[in-house]
Design a protein around this ligand. Structure first.
Ligand code: UDP
Length: 356
């Protein structure tokens, strides 16, 4: 059984075209383009008629996410680690790779990074590099091409906010432990944001920073070792295994379906009045992790039992975005219910048999 994303991709295009946003004839570099969100982005851009250059070192991204795009005139895949230099256009560095047959790049979307807390202990250096050195190199490409720079940051820059700061506005500066188990990701993204602002200030390039909240949908990484809550619970439920709730399950997250998320990104990137902005994109409907487990058991008609395991250190107690900016500046808010998004994700999991 295969799973067809065509309708969802068309849905994103319909929504952004309704807002009169088009990337047709633009040349767009997407780092991390073979990852979960990056590959959805490539699909939409290619379908809308942009020229899409997908850069990925395939360390966590999957070639199968973009294989169907290869061979199209307006798509190109380059296997490269953005944490090391690469040039587009004229060769300006004697030893770094150079892709010379590319014209002007209009937009650089820096989306490359591992994001699963389970990887923070295995790949902390790579995570730091893709968001610090990688952001720096991607910004250099944007500077050279006078391109708009779009950076996918994270709600993790807020760390563990106090109750009165949830829903969290973009003005909140965060409560982050730099040397804790999440430090490599949280601080890397915070440094990434600082790089973006530095290039805006010093070189005058146009920039946009999105802070992403928990997102799921088809193509989310789903090998059991990656351990994010939605793929974990779905895999466990489909196999009638115990559902592993960490802590007492009272911690909250707000889950966005990938179609809403990519729509939000593109409404931001395509908005002429949003340059220099930082905007939260995510769902603001909080669910406890225990509620999530129960919903997934219900949707899969699973006989799994819920078991409780210890809560990882520095695991945020609550997470939800204040969406005022997204509504006011972009006219965006998520419209897919948690159950609808999960149902589609479960259908995709069934088609993929839990493999990665
Ligand atoms: N979680 C859980 N069981 C799992 C995996 C995760 O209870 O098998 C919890 C985790 O402790 C966190 C929440 O689910 O409170 C979301 O975890 P995720 O890995 O998706 O990333 P996070 O939102 O913490 O960055």
């Amino acid at each position: 059984m295969s799973y067809d994303l065509t309708q969802d991709i068309q849905e994103i295009i319909n929504r952004i075209e309704k807002a009169r946003i088009s990337f047709k004839d633009k040349t767009i570099l997407v780092t991390g383009g073979a990852g979960f969100l990056g590959s959805w982005m490539c699909d939409v851009l290619v379908q809308q008629g942009a020229t899409c250059i997908c850069l990925d070192n395939l360390s966590s991204g999957l070639h199968e996410n973009i294989a169907h795009l290869e061979g199209k005139d307006n798509f190109r895949f380059i296997k490269h680690d953005i944490a090391t230099p690469i040039y587009f256009g004229e060769k300006t560095h004697p030893s770094a790779p150079c892709v010379s047959d590319v014209g002007k790049i209009d937009i650089v979307m820096h989306m490359a990074s591992r994001a699963s807390p389970f990887e923070f202990k295995t790949y902390p250096i790579q995570i730091l590099k893709s968001n610090t050195l990688g952001t720096w190199i991607a910004l250099g490409i944007a500077k050279k091409h006078n391109a708009l720079f779009f950076y996918t940051s994270t709600s993790e820059v807020y760390g563990n906010p106090p109750p009165e700061m949830v829903p969290t506005p973009e003005t909140y500066h965060g409560n982050v432990n730099p040397i804790g188990p999440r430090g490599c990701y949280d601080e890397a993204k915070r440094a990434g944001e600082a790089y973006v602002k530095a290039y805006e200030l010093q070189h005058g390039i146009k920039t946009k920073i999105v802070r992403i909240f928990n997102t799921s949908g088809p193509r989310i990484r789903h090998g059991s070792e990656y351990g994010r809550v939605v793929p974990n619970f779905i895999n466990q439920a489909l196999n009638d295994e115990d559902i592993t709730v960490f802590g007492d399950g009272s911690q909250t997250r707000s889950f966005t379906y990938v179609v809403d998320e990519i729509e939000g990104f593109l409404k931001f990137v395509g908005n002429n009045n949003a340059s220099g902005q930082v905007i939260n994109i995510g769902s603001n409907k909080q669910f406890t992790i225990l509620e999530l487990a129960e919903i997934i058991i219900d949707l899969t008609s699973s006989s799994s039992k819920i078991i409780f395991k210890s809560l990882p250190k520095d695991d945020p107690l609550r997470r939800s975005p204040d969406l005022t900016r997204a509504r006011q500046i972009l006219g965006w808010e998520p419209t897919t219910s948690l159950k609808d998004g999960l149902s589609k994700t479960i259908t995709w999991f069934k088609a993929h048999g839990g493999k990665e």
